[in-house]
Design a binder for this molecule. Structure first.
Ligand code: ZN
Length: 484
């Protein structure tokens, strides 16, 4: 075997989304070639003259940069399909966090199956880099590496867990030793990720939620992120309950309080950040949260699907960006169909603002590429440029859902989504071919996930405050009858 990296050429591309570095923007190139050697882009533009080991004809293809998912929970969320789609939790403003996420649990075998199903779906919808916010389990890093994706592990840790005894009062069971233990383990895993032989893993420091961590843990975690130059992510302003819990405890909004601790800067990412002071449901008086986010350089990880299912949305994606806030996109929950997530982000923004230009196609595409790269502190992904990583997605422009093919990104995001994604490369390695994931046995993982969900459903009454069954907590959409 030779150690010389192979060179791949995709030639005569019908369309290519290239990075125009001087103007800091994506642009369309036509009739162009893209070549990469090993994991790095070597050439973009017409007439590649070098030698290639593999040549792919591009006349029927659009190539875009691999998409970046800045917030997802692949270890647990796929198991809740058919359950948290319709969360009914009136005592908690229908958030799924306090009555549902605490009872539908995943065991280790289920965690791996969940993750494989989620990663396959992400890869097949054009995601090449993902921030994985998980409770660590054995085999986590290897499962990520084997999938071929580029991953930023975000091992979650916290001082308190949520519980309720009545379905309307949220309580916290504090255990600071547990928080420290989780933080120590996260540091160890982040180092293992950095050293991982795949070269595709990195780490992020992730105290789980603003309301479940002590100020000491939040500050120490931020100090560690700073010392190692890592991103830092936390869930905050994610529910009405949490917003009022924090104002009750501190007199400040979650964003103001995090800022007062000194943990918001350009390495910080806030997961969700919907319930900011100006959100109309809160009737709060200050109007500083969005300017704090913009001035500190904090990124917002916007995950529209998981909220819109509960009738909740950020106000608005376009408004946050106009205020100067960096926004990245995440899937948080199933489906892990990133292209659909972009469409939903755009539609919600337009609907909430009541205008079309609140969020244009280019805006969500930017958030999903360079917005995400900035959040992960990377300038070598989320763009197709010489010297950047060979993380790229080939789209079949002759797929019926892409035609008539006047405007490639609109056809892809507004209509076709993952159906037209044909091939995906991460770090120069092909991970999707003809729309199928090469690195994960999706049928086997789906079967294992079904078994894991069945195990989880059986245990629900043990964990629910009212000892309800899974069917009582999440009834079927239609009655099942013996006959009619
Ligand atoms: Zn989350």
């Amino acid at each position: 075997m030779s150690d010389t990296p192979t060179t791949t050429l995709i030639r005569n591309l019908a369309w290519l989304v290239a990075w125009d570095a001087p103007n800091k923007r994506h642009v369309y190139l036509r009739d162009a070639d893209i070549a990469f050697r090993g994991g790095e882009i070597l050439h973009i533009g017409p007439g590649f003259a070098g030698k290639a080991d593999r040549v792919i004809e591009g006349a029927k293809r659009l190539v875009i940069p691999g998409l970046i998912n800045v917030h997802t929970h692949p270890t647990s969320e796929p198991l809740r399909k058919g359950i948290t789609d319709e969360t009914i939790s009136p005592g908690f403003w229908h958030s799924s966090l306090y009555e549902f996420l605490t009872v539908f649990n995943t065991d280790d075998a289920g965690a791996k199956a969940c993750m494989q199903v989620a990663l396959a779906e992400l890869l097949m919808s054009g995601v090449t880099a993902v921030a994985d916010l998980s409770v660590p389990f054995d085999g986590w890093l290897d499962t990520l590496a084997e999938s071929g994706i580029r991953a930023c592990i975000a091992p979650m840790f916290r001082d308190a867990r949520w519980y309720t005894e009545d379905g309307h009062l949220l309580k916290y069971e504090w255990n600071k030793a547990n928080g420290r233990k989780g933080f120590d383990n996260a540091q160890r895993l982040i180092e293992l990720a950095r050293q991982h032989p795949s070269g595709r893993l990195m780490g992020m420091v992730c105290p789980s939620q603003v309301d479940t961590c002590t100020p000491e843990l939040l500050r120490d975690a931020h100090d560690f992120a700073k010392e190692r130059n890592l991103p830092y992510q936390i869930h905050a302003s994610q529910s009405v309950v949490e917003f009022h819990e924090m104002t009750r405890r501190t007199g400040l909004t979650p964003v103001q309080w995090l800022n007062s601790l000194g943990v918001l800067d350009d390495r910080s990412i806030i997961g969700h950040c919907i319930f900011v002071d100006e959100h109309p449901w809160l009737h709060w008086t200050t109007r500083t949260d969005l300017s704090i986010l913009a001035e500190t350089g904090t990124t917002v990880a916007h995950c529209p699907t998981v909220f819109v299912r509960r009738g909740i949305t950020l106000r608005t994606f376009g408004e946050y960006r106009r205020k100067g806030i960096n926004v990245g996109i995440g899937t948080d929950t199933y489906p892990h169909n990133f292209l659909e997530e972009l469409r939903i982000a755009m539609h919600l923004s337009r609907t909430t603002a009541g205008t079309v230009p609140d969020a244009m196609t280019a805006d969500v595409f930017d958030a999903a590429t360079i917005g995400g790269a900035k959040a992960l502190r990377r300038d070598d992904i989320g763009r197709l440029a010489v010297g950047a990583k060979a993380d790229l997605v080939l789209v079949d422009i002759e797929h019926p859902a892409m035609r008539p093919m006047r405007e490639p990104l609109r056809s892809l995001i507004h209509v076709a989504a993952e159906r037209a994604v044909s091939d995906v490369f991460v770090d120069g390695q092909q991970v999707v071919a003809n729309g199928k994931c090469l690195t994960i046995d999706l049928d086997a993982a789906s079967a294992a996930l079904e078994e894991a969900q069945a195990r989880s459903l059986r245990d629900v009454p043990k964990h629910d405050w009212a000892k309800r069954s899974a069917d009582q907590l999440a009834p079927m959409s239609l009655p099942i009858v013996d006959r009619i």
